[in-house]
Design a protein around this ligand. Structure first.
Ligand code: ANZ
Ligand code: ZN
Length: 824
């Protein structure tokens, strides 16, 4: 070739790596292993700019580790169950598999074109029976261990989509997908008992600190929401119609017990329903009806106007002996703690708002410089020592908490306790396109697990279109022939469970399957999984900061406890890439600012798009497509390619030792050394800048220096091709071929850095006084004139000569000469 043609270069190399199995770990390879994974793709359509960024980032990591000599696993797969396929099938009167596998093929061909260093032989799809068989197997193992169970529970229900929604799918009380107001519905559903692992999910985060983004760790911590405090029991007095009983509360501040002047019970709790009897019942029911629609977040907002009703009942504060009123409100949540609180309005912002609204007493029990909350109407939150608190008086918070717990313990009215925000994981979906739950319901035997040798429970293939439309229960419930089976236990007629699993179950273990994708008698081979795992770099969007990562961590821990894996954390390092935005805003249909990846690839070529993504900013930051220039990237790639072409055309004469370009050698080796550090720190944008410098240095040597035949130019071109292959694989592969490199550049070995070339080069500067050489200085070739002047005037012989004499003139010719003219 005579000049760079981006499309010709792509066409020439596309697919060649896969054919040569360049990126497939080979059996018997005993080198140290590293595992790089990208969060797998949902096949909603073709790849978009966001994918292009994320996958470019993961690819640099994988390719770099290969250069470092590791045996690298970098797999590819699809998260291919889920609602969009089902909706498309209903619309097109087809089966969800059609849409799904068609889209997968479209994405797969885009992945290939994008030049990713993937091992295609391990490709998986979660909707394949060979995969979901093991999702079912994992479910059954959880079931055996009591970690999968069914319970009746009120769920968020979208009346339009006829489906259950997770809390995070409810936005301002409406369905995230269609905007319909969400209601509550009682359903008998399957849960995974993630709460059993709450402590370990928090404590094991210590292993991830420094390797996961801080904000992700913080979000997980808050989501789990572990708080330490006490459970305290208050005696509830009898009234005309109801007997005495107890109300238990959870508090993080037992030290403020003396300031508890009323109690509040969650309006939607069973407790409220039980204790409000008599005169107040009617008002209670009216209130309960009126607050139904509020979301959990609204209910807890401090600045929200407080509403409530009196329950008609009084409780006894266990330490003051006072009778205090019990109120009902929606600012207390039914499913946190015990669903009831002791209110300490003097020191809690929400309680004081409620106290003011209902005219309830406010009593300060912490000594500090704040104004009395009863006067200011503001909760006093400044730390201090206990006051008005009997034997706790004078104790600082932590001691006061301990003392209060001891006091409660001695009277049998309370003890230390820990509470979590985390709830069990609701995995039931009343949808078709998911992993069927492998349980059979028999009237005689109850829940019967599907025997292992009958797995997978396959989805029926004959349902399509309208038959999949939501009807308030799973479409599988209506598939009589599929549903009716023989009970494995008694042989009677029984029914399959008709729910399918949340697709987060599939994605909570897929990365394990990649280690041994063909395994037929287990979800993965123990030896293989322990060889490859944990994933050393996991790349994906911050939108998965909580659920996917938490579920994957949880499932890994359970598999560890089952003795199937040796590790407790699946991902040792996590990288959240930024978004690709346009004109400062996220790309969206409504803004019309979307950029089509396919068009960009057509216009500029794969390598230029990849390079642009990586050069624009560090991987964690957003890339604004309005601010970048894929055209300039493309020009740079052409410049780099021409260096290799010129070397080929000129041929190379002599050994490196005979080079006329020692400066270029320094640049090459410094680029190697610095890039290694930058790549470890994922500062890929800076690596690109270094490669641009190396290209310029090589070009200078060719055009105005020793020329393209100098061995240092060949060395520079080779290193350029190698490092560039991390980012622009097509161009780099072509350069490698021009240079006569052996095999694929992706497989090549980087040259050793020569440390002698890293020492900063110096030149000798001559210092003259009145035309006579008085000193010589070793300085950097790029020394600033001011700095050279300063050093010259400070040189010992110069100082001595100039003592007491005025300097008339200093002429500086950096870096070689300083000429000083003193007054005679
Ligand atoms: C008395 C008290 C005094 C409280 C004080 C706080 C400050 P975290 O840290 O989130 O666990 N609480 C308990 N259960 C609740 C529920 N179901 N709905 C709403 N609020 C609830 O918060 C624990 C604190 O939140 C508890 O400590 C309780 O108020 C409240 F100066 O008890 B505290
Ligand atoms: Zn039976």
């Amino acid at each position: 070739e005579t000049d760079y043609d981006v499309h010709a270069v792509e066409a020439k190399w596309e697919g060649s790596w896969e054919k040569a199995k360049v990126f497939e770990p080979q059996p018997g390879d005993t080198r140290e292993r590293r595992y790089v994974a990208d969060m797998f793709s949902y096949p909603s359509g073709d790849l978009h700019m966001g994918h292009a960024e994320a996958y470019a980032i993961g690819d640099v990591a994988a390719r770099w580790w290969r250069f470092k000599g590791y045996n690298v696993l970098h797999p590819v797969g699809w998260d291919s169950f889920g609602l969009p396929a089902e909706n498309a099938a209903i619309k097109n009167n087809s089966h969800p598999a059609e849409w799904t596998y068609k889209n997968i093929e479209v994405q797969a061909s885009s992945f290939r074109r994008y030049g990713l260093s993937l091992d295609w032989s391990r490709r998986l799809h979660t909707s394949d029976p060979e995969f979901y068989r093991w999702t079912q197997w994992i479910f059954l193992e959880f079931y055996k261990r009591g970690l999968a169970y069914r319970k009746d529970s009120p769920v968020n229900w979208c009346p339009k989509d006829q489906t259950v929604l997770a809390n995070e799918q409810v936005v301002d009380g409406a369905c995230e997908r269609c905007g319909t107001l969400v209601t509550k519905k009682k359903l008998n559903q399957w849960y995974f008992k993630i709460t059993d692992y709450a402590d370990r999910l928090v404590d094991d985060m210590a292993q991830l600190e420094g390797h996961w983004p801080d904000r992700v760790l913080l979000m997980q911590k808050n989501w789990i929401g572990r708080s330490k405090g006490a459970n305290v029991r208050f005696a509830l007095l009898a009234n005309e119609v109801a007997p005495a009983r107890q109300i238990e509360v959870f508090t993080t501040r037992p030290d403020t017990l003396f300031g508890a002047t009323f109690m509040v019970v969650a309006v939607d709790s069973a407790l409220a329903d039980e204790i409000v009897v008599g005169e107040q019942r009617e008002a209670f029911e009216a209130y309960r009806e009126s607050v139904k629609a509020a979301s959990e977040i609204e209910r807890q907002a401090t600045d929200r106007e407080k509403t409530g009703v009196f329950s008609g009942r009084y409780a006894v504060n266990p330490v003051t002996g006072e009778n205090i009123p019990v109120w009902i409100s929606d600012y207390v949540l039914a499913d946190y703690g015990t669903g009831a609180i002791m209110a300490v309005p003097a020191h809690d912002a929400r309680d004081i708002e409620f106290a003011k609204a209902m005219n309830l007493p406010i009593r300060a029990v912490v000594e500090n410089d704040d104004e009395d909350p009863a006067v200011s109407g503001e909760a006093s939150l400044t730390p201090g020592v206990a006051k008005n608190s009997g034997e706790l008086d004078g104790l600082a918070k932590d001691e006061a908490i301990e003392a209060a717990i001891r006091l409660l313990g001695s009277r049998g009215t309370g003890e230390a306790s820990i509470n979590y925000r985390l709830r069990d994981w609701l995995i039931s979906r009343q949808r078709f396109w998911g992993t069927p739950i492998p349980i059979i319901h028999c009237e005689a035997c109850g829940e019967v697990p599907v025997p292992e040798d009958q797995l997978p429970v396959r989805l029926p293939e004959d349902l399509k279109g309208e038959q999949l439309a939501p009807k308030g229960e799973s479409p599988l419930a209506a598939a009589e022939a599929w549903r009716t089976v023989e009970c494995p236990s008694c042989g009677g007629t029984a029914q399959r469970d008709s729910d399918t699993m949340d697709t987060f179950v599939d994605s909570s273990w897929y990365f394990l399957r990649y280690t041994s994708p063909g395994c037929e008698d287990a979800p993965f081979e123990r030896e293989k999984v322990n060889e490859w795992m944990p994933v050393g770099r996991y790349v994906g969007g911050v939108e998965h900061a909580i659920l996917h990562l938490l579920y994957a961590r949880f499932v890994t821990k359970v598999l560890h406890d089952m003795g199937l894996v040796d590790f407790v954390e699946p991902f040792t390092a996590l990288l959240n890439q930024g978004q690709v935005i346009n004109n400062g805003k996220a790309m969206s249909k409504s803004l019309g600012n979307g950029v089509n990846l396919g068009e960009q690839l057509e216009l500029f070529g794969v390598d230029a798009v990849r390079l642009t993504m990586l050069f624009a900013s560090p991987p964690e930051d957003d890339v604004d497509w309005a601010d970048v220039s894929p055209g300039a990237s493309s020009k740079f790639l052409a410049r780099a390619w021409r260096v290799a072409r010129d070397v080929r055309d000129a041929g190379t004469s002599g050994e490196l030792a005979s080079t006329q370009e020692p400066g270029l050698r320094r640049v090459t080796h410094q680029t190697l050394a610095q890039s290694a550090e930058l790549l470890e720190q994922a500062k890929y944008n800076v690596v690109v800048a270094k490669l641009m410098e190396l290209t310029n240095a090589a070009r200078k040597a060719i055009d105005t220096g020793a020329g393209a035949a100098d061995p240092a130019v060949r060395e520079a071109a080779q290193v350029l091709a190698q490092l560039l292959s991390l980012i622009a694989p097509y161009t780099a592969e072509d350069m490698w071929e021009l240079l006569g490199g052996e095999g694929f550049v992706a497989n090549s070995a980087l040259p050793e850095v020569d440390p002698s070339l890293l020492v900063a080069e110096t030149v000798t500067a001559v210092v003259q006084v009145q035309g006579k050489v008085r000193a010589k200085l070793e300085v950097a070739p790029d020394i600033a004139p001011e700095e050279l002047e300063r050093q010259a005037l400070a040189a010992e012989p110069v100082v001595r000569l100039l003592e007491g004499r005025e300097v008339l003139k200093v002429i500086v010719r950096a870096p070689k000469l300083v000429s000083i003219v003193p007054k005679p």
